[in-house]
Ligand binder design. Structure first.
Ligand SMILES: Cc1ncc(COP(=O)(O)O)c(C=O)c1O
Length: 402
C-alpha cells in the first residue's frame, strides 16, 4: 500500500519507542516503574465523576452534541478564566470545547498554514505541536530553548527568510519538558513580535495550576486567595486578544486525562477558524463528559490545591533522592516533571540511556531527544508515582549508573 508523504515525519515518536522498550522489559520479567508518561495517577474528584454518572442515566445526553449544546460548558470555561485572570471572555465567540487540548493544538495548523508555510516551535517541545504542523503540510522552524536562556527562545535568532514565510508561533509555559515558567515580560515581548510579523500566537497552557515557585515569574491570580500561585496567561499580555489563542485542558489540574476534555480561549476569528476545521472532523465529545468538566470548573477547587501539593511533595522527594546519589538536578518550578541533564557517559544519547535503563531496571523515562534536537543530553521523569515508588526508582537508577 502507498501512504501519504505527510506520514513520514510522524514515524519518529518517542512515546511509541518507549512503549516498545517497556513492553520488552515486561516480557523479560522486569517490574516496571513507569515515569515516562505525563498521565496523572490521581483520581478525578467525586463531584466530577458524579456529574458524569448522573448524565449517563439521562437519555437526552445520548445524541450528537452540536455547538449550541455546549453553551453551559463554554460559560463555565469563560467564567473560570475570568475569575482566575480578571480578563473577560465571551462564551459565544471566544471559547471552543475540545476533545483534549492536544486535539486542538494539533488541528490549529490546518486552520492557519498553507503548504510550505513555517511554524515557529519550541525545541524541545511537546511532540504533537510538530505533528499538527506536519499534517497541515507546513514546515517547522525549531526555536532552541536552552538552560542559559532560562529555556526561553531568542526571537532575534530567527532568520529573516524564515520569518517572512512564517504564519504561527507556538509557545507553552509552564513548559513540558523543561518545567520552565515564562515571566509576563516575555509574553509581552512575544505578543509584540507576533503583532509585528503578523503571526498567530498559539499558547498551550496545560500546567496553568501546577506551579510551585513564585520566584520565577508566577503571578498572583485575580482570586481566590487560596490558589494565588499560577503561571501567567498569554492574554495578560494580549488583553484585547489581537493575535493569540490559548489552550487549556482538564487533564492535569483536574486529573481527567482519560476523559479527553479541554478548550481553547482566544481571538474570535481564530476560534471560528478552528471550529471550521473541527466541524469536518468531530461532533464534540459526549455531553456527560462536558457536564463533568463544567462541574470541575465551577465546583470546589480544593482538589486542585491538593494535587499541586502532591506533585510538590513528589518533586522534593525525587530531587533530594537524585541529589543524594550524586545526580545534581535543578528543582522544577512547575509541572509534573523533572528535567535532568544526563551524566557525562550518556550525554549524547538519551534514547540509549532510557532504553538501557528500562531494560536493566524496569524504570521507564522519556529521552530528551524525543522532544527535539535541543532536548538531547536530557531525560524527563514524570512524577506519576508515590514518593515511596519514586525513591525505589532512584535506588534502581543508582545501581544502573554504578
Ligand atoms: C504541553 C502539553 N500539551 C498538551 C498535552 C495533552 O493534553 P490533553 O490531555 O488535554 O490532550 C500535554 C500532556 O502531557 C502537554 O504536556
Amino acid at each position: 500500500m502507498k501512504f501519504a508523504q505527510r506520514l513520514a515525519p510522524l514515524k519518529f515518536n518517542v512515546f511509541a519507542d518507549m512503549d516498545r522498550a517497556k513492553a520488552l522489559a515486561r516480557a523479560a520479567g522486569q517490574n516496571t516503574i513507569d515515569l515516562s508518561l505525563g498521565s496523572s495517577d490521581l483520581p478525578a474528584a467525586a463531584h466530577i465523576t458524579d456529574a458524569i454518572a448522573n448524565s449517563l442515566s439521562d437519555p437526552s445526553t445520548h445524541g450528537y452534541l452540536l455547538f449550541n449544546g455546549t453553551r453551559s460548558f463554554r460559560e463555565a470555561a469563560a467564567s473560570w478564566y475570568e475569575q482566575k485572570f480578571g480578563i473577560s471572555v465571551n462564551p459565544e465567540t471566544e471559547v471552543l470545547p475540545l476533545i483534549g487540548s492536544q486535539e486542538g493544538t494539533a488541528h490549529m495548523p490546518l486552520a492557519v498554514l498553507n503548504p510550505g508555510d513555517f511554524a515557529l516551535l519550541l525545541d524541545p517541545g511537546y511532540p504533537s505541536h510538530a505533528g499538527g504542523v506536519y499534517l497541515a503540510g507546513g514546515q517547522i522552524y525549531p526555536m532552541p530553548i536552552l538552560a542559559e536562556n532560562q529555556f526561553l527562545p531568542v526571537f532575534e535568532d530567527i532568520p529573516m527568510p524564515v520569518l517572512a514565510q512564517s504564519k504561527m508561533m507556538v509557545l507553552s509555559y509552564p513548559h513540558n519538558p523543561t518545567t520552565a515558567i515564562a515571566p509576563l515580560a516575555f509574553f509581552e515581548k512575544a505578543v509584540n513580535f507576533c503583532r509585528q510579523h503578523d503571526l498567530v500566537l498559539v499558547h498551550d497552557f496545560p500546567y496553568v495550576d501546577l506551579v510551585f515557585d513564585d520566584s520565577l515569574g508566577a503571578v498572583d491570580g485575580a482570586c481566590p486567595p487560596s490558589r494565588k500561585l499560577m503561571a501567567p496567561s498569554i492574554f495578560q499580555a494580549d488583553r484585547d486578544k489581537s493575535v493569540a489563542i490559548e489552550f487549556f485542558t482538564l487533564s492535569k489540574s483536574y486529573s481527567m486525562g482519560g476523559f479527553r476534555v479541554g478548550y481553547a480561549i482566544g481571538n474570535p476569528e481564530l476560534i471560528t477558524a478552528l471550529r471550521q476545521v473541527k466541524a469536518a472532523v468531530d461532533f464534540n465529545q459526549y455531553l456527560g463528559i462536558l457536564n463533568g468538566a463544567s462541574a470541575a470548573l465551577t465546583g470546589p477547587q480544593d482538589t486542585v490545591t491538593t494535587s499541586v501539593e502532591t506533585f510538590r511533595k513528589r518533586r522534593d522527594v525525587f530531587v533530594s533522592a537524585l541529589r543524594a546519589i550524586g545526580w545534581e538536578v535543578p528543582v522544577p518550578p512547575a509541572t509534573m516533571y523533572v528535567w535532568a541533564k544526563l551524566p557525562a557517559p550518556w550525554a549524547s544519547d538519551s534514547v540509549k540511556f532510557c532504553t538501557q535503563l528500562v531494560q536493566s531496571t524496569g524504570v521507564a523515562a522519556s529521552p530528551g531527544a524525543g522532544f527535539g534536537k535541543s532536548g538531547e543530553g536530557y531525560v524527563r521523569f514524570a512524577l506519576v508515582e508515590s514518593p515511596e515508588i519514586l525513591e525505589a526508582a532512584v535506588r534502581k537508577i543508582a545501581e544502573f549508573l554504578s
